[in-house]
Design a protein around this ligand. Structure first.
Ligand code: GLN
Length: 231
């Protein structure tokens, strides 16, 4: 009898709000660079994806405990994360910047003395803030979603936030109400991740698909669509 070929479905965790990489559009569909990349790669390589917008930290935790197959969420490839996760070839680059409310007088790290800084749980921005908080004398508050981080700064509860330059640059351009006051530091690369030693076929397909999208112009097209810039 002829064999019916059914594409395998992988469950992919992602962030809730991290534009231009992942966010819900007005039809409540998850769009952005990461969403278009994973969907295009799946199409190219012949697999299906079930996207789960769990939030950044929850997605990484779910991946580490084997509840989902992969994560694409503007996640920086770090040596620490490589202890528990395997990463794809990099697909984007970003550093960390400090942002303050548009009308704020805070303009550098020294101005943070005695103030509160907002970050998102489990991110490189949070790691960076915690690594310098004693030196500059500020307190750190964490939120699970970038929206709440930015709102805490806009309402004045927090004097500043630390987050990815690629995301805050986009935010500034799209009317987030914040301004960036430092140069990017801790430059890193974004990668798709699977649990260490697991889902190696998925990882290989991601890399192969990404290479094809880079070759056929689709990658450039996606980057241009969301950033207005050439890749
Ligand atoms: N790139 C940052 C990190 O990996 C932030 C990711 C995110 O907030 N989705 O920690």
């Amino acid at each position: 009898a002829p064999q019916v070929h059914a594409d395998k479905t992988y469950t992919i965790g992602t962030d809730v709000t991290f534009p231009p990489f992942v966010y819900a559009n007005s039809n409540n569909k998850y769009v952005g660079i990461d969403m278009e990349l994973i969907r295009s790669i799946a199409k190219e390589e012949g697999f299906k994806v079930n996207i789960k917008p769990l939030g950044f930290n929850a997605a990484v935790q779910s991946l580490s405990s084997g509840q989902i197959d992969g994560v694409i969420a503007g996640m920086t490839i770090t040596n620490e994360r490589k202890q528990t996760l395997d990463f794809s070839t990099p697909y984007y680059e970003s550093g960390i910047v400090m942002a303050v409310a548009k009308n704020s007088k805070i303009s550098n790290l020294k101005d943070l003395k005695g103030k509160t800084v907002a970050v998102k749980t489990g991110t490189q921005g949070a790691t960076y803030a915690n690594s310098i908080k004693n030196k500059y004398g500020f307190k750190v508050v964490t939120f699970d979603d970038s929206d709440n981080v930015y709102n805490d700064v806009k309402t004045g509860n927090s004097a500043a936030c630390f987050d990815d330059s690629a995301v805050l640059n986009y935010g500034v351009k799209t009317g987030l109400g914040l301004k960036i006051v430092t140069k990017p530091t801790d430059i890193g690369q974004y990668g798709f991740a699977v649990k260490k030693g697991q889902n190696q076929k998925l990882l290989k397909m991601f890399n192969a698909g990404l290479a094809k999208l880079k070759k056929n112009g689709k990658y450039d097209q996606i980057i241009k669509k969301y950033t207005g810039k050439k890749a």
